[in-house]
Write a protein that binds this ligand. Structure first.
Ligand code: CP
Ligand code: NVA
Length: 321
């Protein structure tokens, strides 16, 4: 198999709407079966190793990845940034060739997106992006599953999601995913942080396939939350941006998700709150975060079920949906 035949998961933009829906449905089925005690015999990855190469911190992504490998009876080998030669003593190309010759999959969390893209280019096994500065596909899978579960009586194409926060990696894949399943998206970011036109173009091309599905942007949080069923935010200071913290905190004044904001803007009465976590108080009040509207802990748990489905599809079934 040439490396170009290997199917990787770099961003939700890599998936067709059908493939995305398949992964969400498969996640829900695995979740239901496991909770019902129908634990499959864990053999598909028995005797196999998955390299978990993370150059940034992680709670959910690391645990869900290791849990997914365990689900299939394999071994997840965690390699932190100080563990391997990458970046210090060895090139990305050499690292990719070497690691992929010994494992069944590489799950990588990197700084610049080109790092994970280059790893994938030269890898003979699937590479799954566990977060880069541009994308976080695994988070978006869990988010769509959580939205489905939160609105069991509403077809996805009747829902509206509002993003109030930074124009970041999590937003990019979330808006692609929403557009692919027909969820309308309205995004409020401070004027200093507009959503990238290139990313909007990808999202809007997918949204065009669904009647009435639009991806809107504004710099007024109240406008974004109007008629929203789901309000989502993320940290204002992503990993690697720590030096910008003081400036960014000022630029995001008025962006905290609160009940007052939702009410002023006219969100739907039964709106739900989502956040990929980790969370800081500046971006969402305790009152919202710990309220019955908040589905953040269900969303976090869904990282496991969606990672199991991703591992099954990309690694065990070698990208055959
Ligand atoms: N949401 C998320 O990716 O969390 P971690 O950084 O803890 O993995
Ligand atoms: N946008 C955040 C997400 C963390 C899961 C970051 O990149 O740090």
């Amino acid at each position: 198999v040439s490396t170009s035949d290997v199917r990787h998961l770099m961003t939700i933009a890599d998936l067709t709407p059908k493939e995305l829906t398949f992964l969400i449905d498969r996640s829900a089925a695995i979740k239901a079966a496991t909770k019902a005690g129908e634990i499959p015999e864990a053999t598909a990855l028995k005797g196999k190793t998955v390299a978990v190469m993370f150059s940034k911190r992680s709670t959910r992504t690391r645990i869900s990845t290791e849990g997914a490998v365990t689900h299939f009876g394999g071994h997840a080998m965690f390699l932190g940034k100080d563990d391997i030669q990458l970046g210090v003593n060895e090139s990305l190309y050499d690292t990719s060739r070497v690691i992929s010759s010994m494992v069944s999959c590489i799950v990588a969390r990197v700084n610049g997106h080109s790092d994970v893209a280059n790893l994938a280019k030269d890898s003979s096994v699937p590479v799954i992006n566990a977060l880069s500065d541009a994308f976080h596909p695994l988070q978006a899978l869990a988010d769509i599953l959580t939205i489905k579960e939160s609105f069991p009586d509403r077809p996805l194409n009747t829902l509206k999601l509002a993003w109030v926060g930074d124009a970041n990696n999590v937003l990019h894949d979330l808006m692609f995913a929403c557009a692919k399943v027909g969820i309308k998206v309205s995004i409020a970011t401070p004027k200093e942080f507009p959503v990238s036109e290139d990313m909007l173009e990808i999202a809007r091309a997918a949204a065009d396939e669904h009647e009435g599905c639009v991806i809107e942007t504004t710099h007024v949080p109240e406008e974004a939350v109007k008629g929203a069923d789901i309000i989502v935010t993320d940290t204002w200071i992503s990993m690697g941006q720590e030096s910008e913290k003081l400036t960014k905190l000022k630029q995001f004044a008025g962006y905290q998700v609160t009940n007052e904001l939702a009410e002023r803007g006219g969100a739907n009465a039964d709106w739900k709150f989502m956040h990929c976590l980790p969370r800081h108080q500046e971006e969402v009040s305790d009152e919202v975060f710990y309220s019955p509207r908040s589905v953040v802990f269900e969303e976090a748990e869904n990282r496991l079920w969606t990672m199991i489905a991703a591992m099954e599809t990309f690694v065990i079934k070698k990208g055959k949906f």
